[in-house]
Design a protein around this ligand. Structure first.
Ligand SMILES: Cc1cc2nc3c(=O)[nH]c(=O)nc-3n(C[C@H](O)[C@H](O)[C@H](O)COP(=O)(O)OP(=O)(O)OC[C@H]3O[C@@H](n4cnc5c(N)ncnc54)[C@H](O)[C@@H]3O)c2cc1C
Length: 359
């Protein structure tokens, strides 16, 4: 049963749109906001005991909720708690704001998280898709997590190695099988960044790729680059009314990539360089943004109805221009996905978690 003293907010038919960065989505039949790990466990246990569909929601920055809403209980995690121990290990509660945590570590003289600056949302969601940016992924530092395992009905500590962390994925993504309650990250105690791997960031810092720089400098540079792309939330800027990158960069095996590259060259010409990155053993990652642009969709492209559009700053972000509904956004997403597939034979997959809707 829920513990009323620990549950800060309970309501019926609560509109979910204001709880998402896209400002989209219909109501949840029931909404519970919890401010402690125990209250969260209690709320999830109560929903499970009642066989009630459950939606976990934190910052709502990686969620696309259908216009019909969610026919079940939405539990919003807002637990607080943050400290760095004597070994340089960060302990952070799931409901803490991720970027505030990064800022805290950098200003306290620790490195490691600076390249993940400016990512919206909560601490608890970061392992869910193994957040990554500018050449760093959470898995580079994640030691372990405390989670409530819904199948076993127990809270347990799970080492990072058992979370199946990969490129924008983990065993937690899209399953709601477990609720992350706390994470622990091994920070760099020298106050230096991870080696700067991302060429654009190295250029902004005016250093050779592979160089370490003071974490504060890297954070400032990352925030500058992200702002220019509309990737730092700003309520006044519709280019940031998004779920970040809407499509994952496609990762193809050797056979697939050969076929796709031949098709790309036939379409855009043999001398146009195609961005390609290592995608794991025997695999190549292509740039979804490049494919979208080369398929003829430019920044600011408006979808059917005109209320959802590609960001004016970044082709990979699908945005609500104000007054859009989820179906407008999905219509735009289908147009982009189908356009890229028709031109290059690659089917782009969405990065956000789709709730009560499909692409
Ligand atoms: C402008 C913008 C820029 C972005 N840039 C990046 C980027 O650079 N890199 C990147 O990786 N992502 C990026 N994102 C995506 C998003 O910010 C991250 O995925 C973030 O970690 C989501 O956190 P959240 O709290 O908003 O999660 P939500 O959107 O609330 O939830 C996302 C998923 O995680 C689940 N979840 C939430 N909390 C928990 C929990 N405590 N335990 C278990 N499951 C949970 C939800 O059920 C849902 O399935 C960006 C998004 C936006 C809007």
């Amino acid at each position: 049963m829920t513990t009323p003293a620990l549950v800060s907010q309970v309501g019926d038919a609560v509109d979910l749109a204001p709880f998402t960065t896209l400002r989209l989505g219909g109501p949840a039949r029931r909404f519970v906001a919890v401010t402690t790990a125990q209250a969260c466990v209690d709320a999830v246990r109560a929903a499970d005991a009642a066989a009630e569909p459950l939606l976990l929601l934190s910052g709502g920055s990686n969620l696309v909720v259908g216009d019909g809403g969610f026919d079940g209980t939405a539990v919003r995690m807002a637990s607080k708690g943050l400290h760095i121990d004597g070994e340089g290990v960060l302990h952070a509660a799931a409901g803490e704001d991720w970027d505030a945590v990064v800022a805290h570590t950098v200003s306290a003289g620790y490195g490691g998280l600076e390249c993940l600056s400016g990512i919206p949302g909560s601490v608890g969601a970061t392992p869910v898709q193994n957040v990554g940016a500018y050449g760093v992924e959470l898995s580079d530092l994640l030691r372990d997590v405390d989670l409530y395992d819904r199948r076993r009905g127990e809270v347990r500590t799970v080492p990072a190695a058992e979370l199946g962390l990969g490129y924008r994925t983990s065993v937690l993504k899209g399953t709601d099988a477990a609720v992350v309650l706390e994470i622990r990250l091994a920070l760099h105690r020298d106050g230096l960044s991870a080696p700067i791997r991302y060429p654009e960031l190295a250029r902004a810092l005016d250093v050779e790729p592979g160089t370490k720089v003071p974490a504060t400098l890297a954070r400032d540079a990352v925030l500058g680059l992200r702002r220019a792309k509309g990737m730092v939330l700003d309520p006044a800027d519709h280019d940031t009314w998004s779920a970040g990158s809407f499509f994952i960069n496609p990762v193809l095996d050797a056979t697939q990539v050969a076929v796709v590259l031949e098709r790309i060259r036939a379409r855009v010409g043999p001398h146009v360089p195609v961005p390609q990155y290592p995608g794991g053993p025997g695999r190549t990652k292509l740039s979804a943004a490049w494919l979208i642009e080369r398929a003829g969709f430019s920044r600011g492209h408006r979808g059917p109805g005109g209320r959802a559009a590609l960001s004016g700053k970044h082709t990979l972000a699908l945005t609500n221009r104000g007054g859009a509904c989820t179906e407008d956004l999905l219509a735009l997403a289908r147009e982009i996905r189908d356009g890229v597939a028709a031109r290059f034979g690659v089917t782009l997959a969405p990065e956000p978690v789709l709730v009560s809707c499909t692409l």
